[in-house]
Ligand binder design. Sequence first.
Ligand code: NAD
Length: 504
Amino acid sequence: MADYQLFIDGELCDSSDGDTFATYNPATNEKIADVAKATKDDAVRAITAARKAFDEGPWSKMSGPDRAAKLREIAAKINEHSAELAELEALDGGGTIRKAMMADVPGAANAFEWFARMAEERPDEIQLDGSPFPISENYVRHEPIGVCTGIVPWNFPLIMASWKIAPAIAAGNTSVLKPATFTSLTALKLGQIIAECDLPPGVVNVIAGPGGTVGEELASNPMVDKTAFTGSTEVGRRIMQLASGTVKGCTLELGGKSANIVLDDADLDQAAAAVLWGTFMHGGQVCESGTRALVQRGIYDEFVSLLADRAGKIQLGDQLDMGTDLGPLVHRSQVETVARYVALGREEVGEPITGGSSPDAMPGNLVAENFFQPTIFADVDNSTKIAQEEIFGPVLCVIPFDSDDDAVAIANDSIYGLGGGVQSGNLDRAKAVAAQMRTGTVWVNDYHLIDPARPFGGYKQSGVGRELGVQGYEIYRQVKHVHVNPETSGRDNHFHYALLSGNI
Ligand code: NAD
């Protein structure tokens, strides 16, 4: 039996062929657990269970408040298991235990709470006034879509799983979720927690397995009505193609290369903190990281030396230690990707002003090659590859600008549009800049703060649709218009007779 099993049709189970894969602590390369590796057959079984649960009920026919009660039970159980979930999240993905305790676990519970509220508060039916057709009643019904699949990346597995499952089931859909192979433990643990909450079998299914087989099935199977994907823009394009076969609804949350604009009236101390936190939180393995700091020329030199000085104080270490600021990257392969981009940056821009490699050594059994130092390139031209491509690691590009209009033009000169920041002492000026940024979220004098009650998503190639907020709930509901002619007899009262000159 695998240490972590799949959750299909209300049962925890091994994969159909009994295969497993091992998952490792990236700080030490020590094995954590064997995970059941789902096959394509398991994916079909999970989708079939979700289809049956949706079509036969009772979940899809329950009232919003009844579903909300179950979501709140899941949120409470997440909080009950918070210590275990936080440790597992940190151990499996390399993020710090502080992040897991302060962001990941409460973020997951809060998502279930928020969507419970949506299920209670959002109306299922809305009457429409003012029909051009006489004596008709018109109303809109909001109905669940059906079977919703979710495919998530490795950087925030627990929160991402919750962002997919919670809105789907709150709205009366059924769900099949696939986490990424590097970090599937907390999503599978969430499956176990949901198993304790006695939802009807098949309402939630969680399967870990390869994107190329299991993921493709979730995005293409005709029994699936909607697929929600978070991951790279490259795979997002593939998901859109796969979903197009049966014209499924598609929500895509993709990559980013967000600009954090520092205006010359900013409090430099506060702005430096916002830029460093905006880039190096979780080693820059965050989709909306502000990996391009756009700094106005008047303050440029002073600000850049402040950044270099402070970045050198970021403490690398064991992610389970409360004193650690930055753990290992998720996997050695990610360190190699980052190192390739840093080498490219040396060619394109020159020597970074700080960092630029893995540390020479780390204490105890920590594997130095799995870590990467916070790295800053200054005087970067926005047209370089390191300023245009998503590195997904602890690498900041600092780019000078002259006027607010220049800053906006540079910020918008990107295929992405996911996040962004404006640091300024003048809120009107900051808001005017924020209004012109073509991006899904802008933080003024802040960064990274995401709340389930606020919509999140991307412009341009950063995505399609929104998660969270009211929008992130409504995107999981169909809209049906019902037109009722209350006259149950009498030809003269019927509009279509008039249109066809009474010949029918
Ligand atoms: P990825 O695109 O490689 O993988 C994401 C998920 O898709 C994984 O579960 C993977 O197994 C699956 N997958 C891979 N190929 C597939 C295929 N052909 N069909 C179906 N599924 C497939 O991304 P990653 O490396 O896990 O994560 C990093 C990326 O995620 C970055 O680009 C980052 O910006 C993005 N991301 C975006 C957001 C957002 O909200 N916009 C949030 C987090 C991460």
